[in-house]
Design a protein around this ligand. Structure first.
Ligand code: NAP
Length: 350
């Protein structure tokens, strides 16, 4: 009846308008990274050097874009050189209106985090060009939600643990001389992109050295495979938080290390691996941050000079929403030693 009076075309337009108004009301007004730059570094970041891992897509690409826009020289570190160059062109295009050309301030280099020799080659490449790094964003992340089977890195570690934690730990260690030399804006900043999903990591009585436990890696039938994927991803993200805290304790005189949660269920490539996660991202999209907004907390962690180091940030604010049983100084120290041992073993066998 209503359709008959208004005509189907008008009805569709009205429905689309109402839907877009509801959608815009539902989406919270999260800050974008530019607001963070203006608030915390109004004079810009000229003369600084930034590295972003996983810079070719999602939060990493937007973090890199914000740092370029703020005036920093940015090294895009990606596992594929071709995707890295495409990301560089993407940033050059979006920043083309700026007065100073940005091309010279965007560099690209391959860094496959699950291959320790590639991490070493990347670190050497950086050291050959720069004496100091001001901002290191350990952003790359492998979710693997929907894989249904456990995958391993070439050195035999569970792949998410290898990429999200061990590769980043190793990269930071190799870049230590460049990170502990006092930076243009004070101490260098290391921002570790963790996730609220660290809560999926079960709280175990067993020592961190025995994780992931054989029970976690055991074959499961669908849909329990999803639970396992969430637990393994969560474990790697818990490691990110513990790593940042221990890094601060160990090298905190010379750098500032902070972990962050960028936002939940943002529609990035990481969530596209299977049908169910894709459907979930579609359904929750009105409540989720945009990918650009997802970069704000990383930028905030890098630039907010009131942060002392060791904090975990969510929505650009300090959060204490972590497992109190697991997020302890002893666990963080154990994880550090365990990772160092793993690296020593892998390096001596390669
Ligand atoms: N999206 C969310 O809702 C959400 C929520 C909480 C936390 N996070 C975290 O945010 C960070 C960025 O994720 P995103 O959402 O922006 O996802 P994304 O678009 O999938 O970005 C992930 C990046 O990591 C890179 N990467 C994956 N495996 C790698 C490896 N072996 N070596 C080097 N780089 C590798 C990817 O490279 P390729 O393109 O080559 O695969 C990609 O550049 C991750 O640490 C993620 O855990 C995201």
């Amino acid at each position: 009846m209503v359709g008959g009076v208004l005509g189907h075309r008008s009805l569709s337009i009205i429905t689309a308008l109402v839907a877009s108004i509801i959608y815009s009301r539902l989406r919270k007004d999260w800050p974008n990274p530019q607001e963070m730059v203006h608030r915390h570094a109004p004079l810009g970041l000229n003369g600084t050097v930034t590295i972003v891992t996983g810079a070719n897509s999602g939060v990493g690409l937007e973090t890199a874009r914000s740092m370029v826009r703020a005036g920093s020289t940015v090294i895009l570190a990606c596992r594929s050189a071709a995707r890295c160059q495409a990301a560089a062109r993407n940033i050059e295009r979006s920043e083309a209106t700026q007065e100073a050309p940005v091309v010279a301030r965007i560099l690209t280099a391959a860094c496959e985090l699950e291959r320790l020799e590639e991490v070493e080659a990347f670190a050497e490449w950086v050291k050959a060009r720069y004496a100091r790094i001001d901002y290191l964003f350990l952003n790359a992340g492998l979710t693997g939600i929907g894989w249904h089977e456990v995958r391993f890195s070439p050195s035999g570690l569970e792949q998410r643990f290898a990429v999200n934690h061990v590769g980043h730990h190793y990269l930071t260690k190799l870049l230590k001389p460049l990170l502990t030399r006092h930076a243009v804006h004070g101490r260098s900043r290391v921002v570790v992109v963790a996730s609220r999903s660290h809560k999926f990591s079960p709280v175990w009585e067993i020592p961190i050295q025995q994780l992931p436990s054989p029970a976690m890696l055991a074959p499961r039938s669908w849909p329990w495979t999803y639970l396992r994927d969430l637990q393994l991803y969560g474990l790697s993200k818990l490691c990110n938080i513990l790593f940042a805290k221990q890094l601060q304790r160990r090298w905190g005189d010379d750098l500032v290390a902070i972990s962050i949660h960028p936002g939940s269920s943002m529609n990035t490539a990481g969530g596209q691996s299977a049908l169910l996660p894709r459907l979930w991202l579609y359904l929750v999209s009105p409540w989720a941050k945009t990918v650009e907004q997802g970069a704000s907390t990383s930028v905030c962690a890098a630039l907010d000079l009131t942060l002392e180091g060791g904090e975990y940030l969510d929505d650009c604010a300090v959060s204490h929403d972590t497992h109190s049983e697991v997020d302890t100084e002893a666990r963080a120290a154990d994880l550090w030693d365990y990772t160092e041992n793993l690296l020593n073993l892998k390096i001596s066998h390669s």
